[in-house]
Design a protein around this ligand. Structure first.
Ligand SMILES: C[S@@+](CC[C@H](N)C(=O)[O-])C[C@H]1O[C@@H](n2cnc3c(N)ncnc32)[C@H](O)[C@@H]1O
Length: 255
């Protein structure tokens, strides 16, 4: 199916830079060249479009990964390397109801909403209205904001929901909401937490111990990219050394 106004494409240049753009009547500039994005109409993913100065742009289908890496952000976000593991550990899939606290810019919200499908639901608590507005904009871009119930609430003690399939906490002091998470979860279902520092992990573990949670896990996920020259295969010189620690546990009724 050929491209139309309002579609998103990933434009990749020969020097490996990529740009996520929406097709509309707009002049799009890079440091080397420019083109009018409406010239993408009726082209197909996989084809090439040339800039006005002759630069080649490959027209690629943006993956959810590209949307997340290029998301408009005004908070720290959860990165794809962590999101992949979070989705599997929390058993997120079509039809699930997942509750998150600390919606921020909506990176993790986007991934949850993408995976739960039309039958599922994401409940996203965020205390700052301006952050939540950015998250809503980001979800709209993906066309899945209707799968999210945005709650502009500062959660202090408890959530409004019960019997959800999974809870994820991404805020500075997640330990204050561990009891609330237990109350919101279905029995046997998982809680996930992301924190950037080790002392926050300790505080979470102390609080998890006080509540009926078992199967506790703490992990850190490291991702190393490689240069793709087959004759000189070696890691990239730089890597993101740390994003955060992940903590997981499951709700039981007694320990
Ligand atoms: C690191 S950001 C979350 C990033 C988000 N998970 C993402 O992937 O884009 C943490 C967010 O938690 C929000 N927050 C902190 N405490 C909160 C609370 N008690 N209730 C609701 N939101 C809270 C902050 O305003 C901030 O936006």
């Amino acid at each position: 199916m050929s491209l139309k106004e309002g579609d998103y494409v990933l434009l990749l240049t020969s020097d490996g830079k990529s740009y996520l753009v929406e097709i509309k009547d707009h002049n799009f500039h890079t440091h080397k060249d420019y083109l009018n994005l409406k010239d993408l109409i009726d082209k197909n993913y996989g084809e090439i479009i040339y800039g006005k100065k002759g630069e080649k742009f490959y027209i690629l289908k943006p993956a959810i990964y590209d949307f997340l890496m290029k998301i408009e952000r005004i908070t720290q976000i959860v990165y794809p390397k962590d999101i992949g593991y979070i989705l599997l550990k929390l058993d997120i899939g079509p039809g699930k109801t997942v509750l998150e606290c600390g919606g921020g810019s909506g990176a993790l919200t986007s991934a949850f909403a993408y995976i739960v499908g039309e039958e599922g639901k994401v409940i996203s608590y965020e205390k700052e209205p301006k952050f939540q507005e950015v998250a809503k904009k980001n979800l709209k871009k993906l066309g899945i904001s209707h799968r999210v119930v945005f709650k502009n609430i500062e959660v202090l003690e408890s959530f409004e929901e019960k019997e959800v399939d999974a809870v994820f906490l991404d805020l500075k002091t997640p330990w204050v909401l561990i009891k609330a998470s237990w109350e919101a979860l279905k029995g046997g279902h998982p809680l996930g937490i992301l924190v950037p520092t080790a002392n926050q992990v300790s505080q979470c573990l102390l609080e998890i111990e006080k509540n009926p949670f078992i199967d506790v896990e703490v992990v850190e996920i490291l991702l190393r990219h490689y240069k793709t020259n087959p004759e000189r295969l070696r890691p990239e010189d730089r890597m993101v050394a740390h994003t955060g620690y992940l903590i997981f546990a499951k709700k039981v009724f007694e320990k």
